[in-house]
Design a protein around this ligand. Structure first.
Ligand code: UD1
Length: 338
């Protein structure tokens, strides 16, 4: 069974390709390598023993997308990761984000809507909930006005898929709303490789510990939480990758109840920034240099998932806890810089 993974050389994409191959799927990757490297193909192969088919092009080139689907008319499912994801950059360059994240989505759905059967998994984000009124966050929590063009592309992306599914009964889709993906494959062959200064907490921590960054700034300790720092739900990337595979299987086996569904993908446990630092120091044996600074604009106080729906309907749950995620992220950082 042939599956297209767009953005399959990226952080979450590459881990998902590994899990798909482990389950016997044939994988074709499209990636423009704007935030990834073709090297990842060899690394995937060293884990699974199988090199995925790879085509390097930009999904904004509509004619190339059309041509690709003509050549691969046996594709039965698409997992669509390819997108830009830097919140700050999206504020500076909104049209780049709308073009990159939404026109590409439309081009792919246009290829799928007329197929006799197609399954589609979309990378969405818990950012669609903003600061939710109730915690943990269920899928029924209202979608809030987006804080950034990036967040808006995830909301609009979900709407585009929902509207397309309404008129295309042969198209089945699931949007997975990720909480905070982190960690790396236990082999340390693949992991997160941010370009430039990391914006996210965990890569900043591991880069500080390895000596690439001087000091971690903890953004605010005056939030209404146990220790004053923000709470997030850090999900191990291998667990997240496996969620894609079970979601795809649900669509292929026609176990879905409607042809468009959304699922939260998190651990269900929230951790403060200081708890993350403590856990990192414990699993790595490193003392982390950090200081408390002012709040970061746009940060919400707390977000963690109610995972009941994914547990019961997908039969999926996270197997790794925060310590596991941080120790794999640290192993990866040491290998990459070693
Ligand atoms: C961020 C994005 C979110 C995106 C997600 C992808 C923002 C405002 N939100 O989420 O839209 O979907 O990444 O992974 O950028 N922190 C520090 N010091 C740092 C970095 C982070 O204290 O150097 C804190 C933050 O204040 C936050 C927590 O660590 O409380 C997690 O931050 P981050 O990893 O950036 O994730 P989110 O803000 O949850």
């Amino acid at each position: 069974m042939k599956i297209l993974v767009t953005g399959g050389l990226g952080f979450i994409g590459s881990h998902t390709v590994v899990e798909l191959q482990n389950k016997g799927y044939d994988v074709v990757i499209i990636d423009n390598c704007s935030n990834s490297s073709p090297d990842v193909l060899n690394r995937i192969q060293s884990i699974t023993g199988k090199e995925p088919v790879f085509e390097q092009f930009d999904l904004r080139e509509k004619n190339k997308v059309q041509d690709f689907f003509k050549r691969h008319d046996d594709i039965i499912g698409v997992i669509h990761f390819a997108a830009s994801k830097a919140v700050g950059e999206s504020v500076e360059k909104p049209l780049l984000y709308y073009e990159n994240n939404l026109s590409t989505l439309v081009y792919i759905l246009q290829q799928l809507e007329n197929k006799t059967s197609a399954s589609f998994i979309f990378s969405s984000s818990c950012t669609v909930y903003g600061q939710a009124d109730e915690l943990p966050i269920t899928e029924n929590a209202p979608v809030k006005i987006a804080e950034s063009p990036y967040g808006n592309t995830k909301q609009i992306g979900e709407e585009i898929i929902r509207d397309t599914c309404k008129i295309s009964p042969n198209l089945k889709a699931i949007a997975l709303r990720y909480f905070n993906p982190t960690g790396a494959h236990p082999s340390a062959e693949i992991g997160e490789l941010p370009i430039g200064v990391p914006q996210n907490l965990i890569p900043f921590i591991t880069q500080t510990a390895i000596g690439l960054r001087e000091q971690l700034s903890v953004f605010g300790d005056d939030y209404p939480t146990s220790d004053g720092t923000c709470i997030r739900d850090y999900i191990h990337v291998v667990d997240l990758a496996k969620a894609h595979v079970v979601a795809l299987q649900r669509l292929i086996e026609d176990k879905n109840t409607t042809n468009y569904e959304v699922f939260n993908v998190g651990t269900g446990t929230g951790s403060t920034v200081l708890e993350v630092i403590q856990s990192f120091e414990k699993v790595s044996g490193q003392k982390l240099n950090y200081k408390i600074v002012g709040r970061r604009e746009g940060d919400i106080t707390a977000a963690y998932a109610d995972t009941t729906k994914a547990n019961t309907e997908l039969g999926w749950k996270a197997n790794n806890n925060l310590d596991d995620s941080l120790s794999s992220a640290w192993k990866w950082e040491q290998k990459v810089r070693g």
